[in-house]
Design a protein around this ligand. Sequence first.
Ligand SMILES: Nc1ncnc2c1ncn2[C@@H]1O[C@H](COP(=O)(O)OP(=O)(O)OP(=O)(O)O)[C@@H](O)[C@H]1O
Ligand SMILES: [Mg+2]
Length: 227
Amino acid sequence: MSDIPEAVLRVRALSRTFHQADVAIHVLRQVDLEIAPGEIVALLGPSGSGKSTLLQAVGLLEGGFEGSIRIACEEAAKLDSAGRTRLRRDRLGFVYQFHHLLPDFTAVENVVLPQLIHGADTAPARERAEGLLSVLGLAQRLGHRPSQLSGGEQQRVAVARALANRPALVLADEPTGNLDEATADIVLAEFLRLVRQEGSAALVATHNERLAARMDRVVRLHEGRLD
Ligand SMILES: Nc1ncnc2c1ncn2[C@@H]1O[C@H](COP(=O)(O)OP(=O)(O)OP(=O)(O)O)[C@@H](O)[C@H]1O
Ligand SMILES: [Mg+2]
C-alpha cells in the first residue's frame, strides 16, 4: 500500500483479539487503511465482521489494540488519555446508529455545545449550528428537543453535531441504520453532501451496497482482513 503523505488516517497492522473463556476471537487481523483528506470511504462487511470494532479503535474510544493508528499525522499510541481526548475533540466527528442527542437540550443547543467545549464563542457557535441545521432542512426545528423530532430529523441533528467543529475525519457507524429505507437514503445523501461541502473525510460503516456505491471508495472487512 502506498503512503499518502498527508493522509488524515493511516492505520497499520491493526489487530484486535477478544478473549472469551478459553477462546481467542481474532476480529481484526493486521488491518491497513489510509484515508486522504476529503475522501469518503464506505466500510462494508457482514454482521460481526468487526466494522464497529474498527471504528471504535480509530475513534480512540477503546484500548486493547495492536498496531498503529495515525490521525492527522499524530500517532495515537504515543498519546496519554488526555492527548487522545484532545485528538478526538480536535480532529474527529462521530455519528452513530442511534442519535445520542442530549434529551434536555434543543436541536440548536445540541450542535452549539460541542463547539463551546471546543472553545468557540457563543454567537459564532450558534450561527454555525443554525447554518448546518438549515442546510439539513431543519431551519424550522431549531428549538425542538430530540423527543419532538422525527427519527430522520434526530439523525440530521446528529450529523450537524458531528460536523460542528470542522473535523478532519468523520466516523459514522451505520448512521442511517435506524431509519426506514426511503428516509435512510435521503439522510445519507444529505450527510454525504454536507461532508463534501465541509471538506471532511469520512469512514462510514454500512450494510447497504447501494449507499456505499455513492462514496469515493469501498473497503470490505472479511475474516478480520480488509480488502
Ligand atoms: N467486548 C467484546 N468482547 C468479546 N467479543 C466482542 C466484543 N466486542 C465485539 N466482539 C465480537 O467482535 C466481533 C465483531 O463485532 P463488531 O461489533 O465490530 O461487528 P460489526 O461488523 O460492527 O457487526 P454489525 O454489522 O452487526 O454491527 C463480533 O463477533 C463480536 O461478537
Ligand atoms: Mg456494528
